[in-house]
Design a protein around this ligand. Sequence first.
Ligand code: SF4
Length: 978
Amino acid sequence: MGTVEEVAARVSAARAEAVARGETFYPGPSRVHLAAFPPKERWDDWVELDSQDWPRRTERHYLLVPTTCFNCESACGLLAYVDRDTAQVRKFEGNPEHPGSRGRNCAKGPATINQVTDPDRILQPLKRVGARGAGRWEPVSWDEALDDIAGRIRTAIVEGRRNEIMYHVGRPGEDGFTERVLASWGVDGHNSHTNVCSSGARAGYHLWTGIDRPSPDHASADVILLISSHLEAGHYFNPHAQRVMEAKQRGAKLIVFDTRLSNTATHADVWVSPQPGSEPAILLAIVAHLLRTGRYDREFMRRWWNWAEYLAAEHPDRPATFEEFEAVLGELYAPYTFELAEQESGVGAGTIARIAELVAGAGTRLSTHTWRSASAGNLGGWQVARTLFLLNAMLGAVATPGGTYPNAWNKFVPRPLYTPPHPQTWNELTWPLEYPLALNEMSFLLPHFLKEGRGKLDVYFTRVYNPVWTNPDGLSWMEVLTDEAMVGLHVALTPTWSETAFLADYVLPMGLGPERHDLHSYEQYDGQWVAFRQPVLRAARERLGQQVSDTREVNPGQVWEENEFWIELSWRIDPDGCLGIRRYHESQKEPGTKLSVDEYYGWIFEHSVPGLPAAAAADGLTPLAYMRRYGAFEIRAGVGPVHEQEVPADELIEVGEDEYGRVYTRAPAPMSPNVVPTATPEPDAQGRRPVGVRVDGVVRRGFPTPSGKLEFYSRTLAAWGWREQAVPGYQRSHVHPAAMEPDQLVLISTFRLPTQIHTRGGNAKWLDELAHTNPLWIHPQDATRIGVGAGDLVRVETEIGAFVVKAWVTEGIRPGVVACSHHMGRWKLGSAERGQRQMMATVDLTRDDGRWRMTRLAGVAPYESGDPDTARIWWSDVGVHQNLTFPVHPDPISGQHCWHQAVRVRRAGPDEAYGDITVDTAKAHEVYRRWLALTLPADRHSPDGTRRPYWLMRPLKPAKDVFALPFAPAVDPDGTNR
Ligand code: SF4
């Protein structure tokens, strides 16, 4: 293709040649060459030729309406091409006004049009007929569904059963709207998918910085170190990938740790394929090299690490000097030689030494990132993030150009119209005593907690979440979701059919990305932006002068959006306002009437987004109209090192200071987004809030950690019984060779396919055509040993069951390890009346005393529908659902499910068929109990009588007094709580 300029030059040359030949050169209706984005001034009437009318030149006129993509967490900008003649969306392309994605998308963005036009999508509210899960449905009105659900919630609240209300979200796609709804109901009912996703990495980052995500400045880095397949499928991968490639074009070096030869690994300057779980050993060998060679930023470490606290706690007999700390550090990590790292990881010592040299040479331009990958696969995986960030902390590559920032500084969460109080209740179904340090809800243990009788649910919402398919141990989910004594009412809020929606009482059709409102901001470079997801047909109609007050007026069928749904539901829970709920869902402009989404977002854009009102006024627009027209707004670029900011004198009122320089104040917290921490460090004994930390005599903003500094040493881990884990270290994984039998292999099950959308890609035909199978990657040595070739069926045995899948023999995986993408294997029961037919196999599922057996009745096949393409489906395979055969493996500290499995793989027998699955859920419960025994529960190990350290992040944080244990903890006599 070449650059834009080169393409433009070629177009000009072609034009000149055509004119010279005497031909009429047709410049195209837009007069803008194809490599350029439509300029925003022409979004009201953008003209293109109709590609389907070729070779005729039929011009189509479009309104271009921005929204944000909902097909992963990156929230890239999209432009809907709304045909001015038909008032329908013709296609989606990138929004050049979006600062994060800058007009670019991956394949999943444009495939949004497939989801909108999917002939199998759910278009009306449905109520089950017969037994739950029997697969029969009848239409129901929104009114009937809302009244039933609201009545049950109201009764539960009035009867003091608030913990029986739970909202369980997969992809939130918004910043806090629903958490505030739940807070307004006074329930601690938020549940998420995060512990099957990113809690491991979050814990590692949070313990260092007080903030749970990294924001690497890849574009300005000299060395980029990824422990993930981040260029093809990772977190924020399109916005990050384009910046990684910019850096590479500049000459930056890319280092990738990935056991699998992913597309990301193929772009690396140095790719290593470590034994799963050994990544921290390699990182610590690099640390030891930096220490041995003195190539670290002494001054940064002296100023910003909590080394003094560490020495006092762990080496009180040694001098409290930084020089002494350096000596201790050298001793601590000296055992991590390149040779030891080679022994643990299987990566050659010479290669590790080469990586260490690259890292050492990066200085403050080292950007690093891990998210799921190794930190989500292994027992102790949170130490992957902790040891990776240790490299940044040693080089001073923290909040520097080309370094790695804490995410909250490159993200902007505006203040909402209402902030209901923190709930006065604690839900132990999501935050059990056994996991006081878990970064997020222990969501994937819910079936086991319900089976143990720890509680029950009266109203359970699943929202864009499919735990039966996504989570490990899905058949235990099926057992509890079909038991009305455990789950009274299950409401599935979903745009499309899922294995979990089949087990609902109500299936309520919710909007896809271009059919709903949400507000976003994500850390994708050193800047802050907000982007607005909106129902594009609503915005188009409004641009043409029509009023739309309910998104159902423009969405297909009776599809709604959740924000309007929650407002309506809250009104019906509290129709007269006596429960104190309704007031958070009322208009401020017209008290006593319902809040509208226009007022809600209009208020935020007007009052809470710095610079937006002025930018809008310059365009002659209101802030809301500006966001409806352009879709995104950059608040600032170049945020820089927030921790270095001096705390202004007016914020230092009646200050207190601890022995390590943490400074507390009685001044109220300022509203500036740069200084609002996303964690809540503990106030001091006098109730003053932490405001900064004294560094060389100056009070600086610091980090939202207990010490205000980067916490090399976590006093929290030490105090809650994990002293040996309080500094970055290496813990052998549950799939370390020493923990496995000689005939076992490690199964990596966590990787994404770049063109699928977890549980939501099945309704996108282009994506289904691109990716519809998940063979088992197996090295030729292992394949030869078990006697299989490419395409042969293999049986993969886990602790609780087995699945049968095809083998893919490849040197792209290390010997002793096999890999299978989790993105495949969708299914529906033969009895189901409805379902997604492009990507769901039809199966038979039987249960015999806790032993489940799934067999495949049919793959997918062509079918007639309103979309002629469904008659052209040429594939029948949809892959195999491996997660059903995995037991839960909750990490005792982070709470992350440790996905890697120790498995046996053999050639499938003559009586075994593709897609066969067997599972023993009684064994699954035994495995759960075994991992539960690894924990240090708060009721026996809390150092201060609380359930959980108050400073740790927690979604929908309850009131502070609810953190107190209802009884005194039983502290062990030696005072160590162990
Ligand atoms: S990376 Fe792809 S799927 Fe994710 S938001 Fe961007 S366009 Fe959508």
